[in-house]
Design a protein around this ligand. Structure first.
Ligand SMILES: Cc1cc2nc3c(=O)[nH]c(=O)nc-3n(C[C@H](O)[C@H](O)[C@H](O)COP(=O)(O)OP(=O)(O)OC[C@H]3O[C@@H](n4cnc5c(N)ncnc54)[C@H](O)[C@@H]3O)c2cc1C
Ligand SMILES: O=C(O)CCC(=O)C(=O)O
Length: 350
């Protein structure tokens, strides 16, 4: 419930109306972060699709950072650590099962020893160590490996849980396709754009492109450890109801239908890594388009419409690593919302 003091508002004597466009992991986490930390904001999420129909629902949901070549490593580490610590606190709470968040241990193996054996995220995950010869024995084609415990965040549950958390904080959800930001300027004071690949049209961002990913979900309840080839093309991630097998990374490919050649390739490569998978049953095959840029876009601009100047906070372009850094980027977007409120009303001191 919104606290009574919030009803007075700070935005010209009323609540600050915030529209969040997008209901994937980025939109919902950003909406929750704003609604919970700025009680004077009335937050509405507007999206064309909600769970289970977003890219986030297709994700394996493993916390493992993906590279953003144009973003300093200390920033990427900070987003990852904020997200890891946030989800770890959910893992340690009574909400873990409903939120679909749990610890998962396993191995990342490499056919050639990588130049960086000790990546920047090694001190964020738990129990990171180079694999011993005994651990590597079950992967005869691989020379080097890393063993660690990370977190799996299953979006089919997590997004529903975030929606519930948002409603508890007074937020609202609306199904609507936004065709231009001008649609929102008369009803909202601040816009937060978390529309993923939709920003190619909505924010006219031609530097954003799809990287097509296909996965299989199989029934193999005996598997309890993840295995990932360090080249990123083959992975096995056990989950609550199924094991996710991946994957493909096809740049600029917009095809949303399942490709059977991709399915066979994924299955064969995963069976090579984990032969027991030959006895598993495929439950589903899914495709998602990763919203990819050289660096994700997390910044404020002002949208001028008529005599109104409305701050837009962009938070999109998380590529193949959105689940891994979503809470870190939500915190940063929320800080930009606070700065926008202070800009409009310098006495608010948020
Ligand atoms: C196969 C695969 C596996 C993956 N595995 C992992 C993983 O293990 N770990 C990890 O960290 N990441 C993983 N990812 C990446 C992750 O899925 C993405 O980074 C993340 O889902 C991006 O979230 P998002 O909220 O930006 O986008 P989305 O989930 O696509 O959400 C975008 C939202 O915006 C809405 N929208 C778009 N345009 C408009 C519009 N004009 N009007 C209204 N609404 C609009 C959509 O309807 C949707 O609600 C994987 C991706 C794929 C494809
Ligand atoms: O790459 C991984 O290990 C997990 C899956 C993923 O993030 C992806 O396919 O984009």
């Amino acid at each position: 419930m919104r606290c009574p003091a919030a009803a007075e508002g700070i935005y010209g004597g009323r609540l600050c109306r915030v529209a969040v466009v997008g209901a994937g992991v980025i939109g919902l986490s950003t909406a929750v972060c704003i609604a919970e930390s700025i009680p004077s904001c009335a937050v509405t999420v507007l999206a064309e699709h909600f769970t289970p129909d977003t890219t986030s629902d297709v994700a394996a949901g493993i916390l493992l950072p993906h590279p953003f070549p144009e973003t300093p490593l200390h920033k990427q580490r900070c987003w990852f650590k904020d997200t890891f610590d946030h989800l770890l606190s959910i893992c340690n709470s009574t909400d873990a099962a409903e939120a679909g968040v749990f610890l998962l241990s396993g191995w990342q193996v490499f056919q050639e020893t990588p130049s960086t054996k000790d990546p920047y995220w090694s001190t964020v995950v738990l129990g990171f160590h180079m694999m011993t010869d005994a651990e590597l024995q079950r992967f005869p084609k691989y020379k080097f490996g890393q063993s660690f415990t990370t977190i799996k965040c299953e979006c089919s549950k997590y997004l529903l849980w975030l929606e519930k958390r948002l409603k508890n904080a007074g937020g609202q959800l609306h199904t609507e396709k936004i065709t231009g930001f001008e649609q929102l300027t008369s009803s909202y004071d601040i816009i937060v754009n978390c529309s993923g690949l939709g920003s190619r049209d909505l924010a006219d961002d031609q530097s954003l492109y799809p990287v097509r990913g296909q996965i299989l979900r199989v029934h193999a309840p005996w598997l309890k450890h993840f295995i990932r080839d360090g080249n990123g093309h083959t992975y096995i991630f056990p989950g609550i109801h199924s094991v996710t097998l991946g994957g493909t990374r096809q740049k600029h490919n917009w095809e949303m239908s399942v490709d059977e050649a991709d399915s066979s390739g994924i299955f064969e490569r995963c069976c090579e890594l984990e032969p027991s998978l030959k006895k598993s049953q495929v439950c589903s095959k899914l495709v998602g388009l990763r919203p990819t840029r050289n660096s994700l876009r997390l910044e404020r601009e002002f949208f001028v419409h008529g005599n109104r100047q409305v701050p837009i906070i962009h938070n999109y372009g998380h590529g193949g690593g959105g689940i891994s850094i979503h809470w870190g980027t939500a915190l940063e977007a929320t800080q930009l919302v606070k700065e926008s409120i202070n800009w409009r009303n310098p006495t608010s001191k948020l």
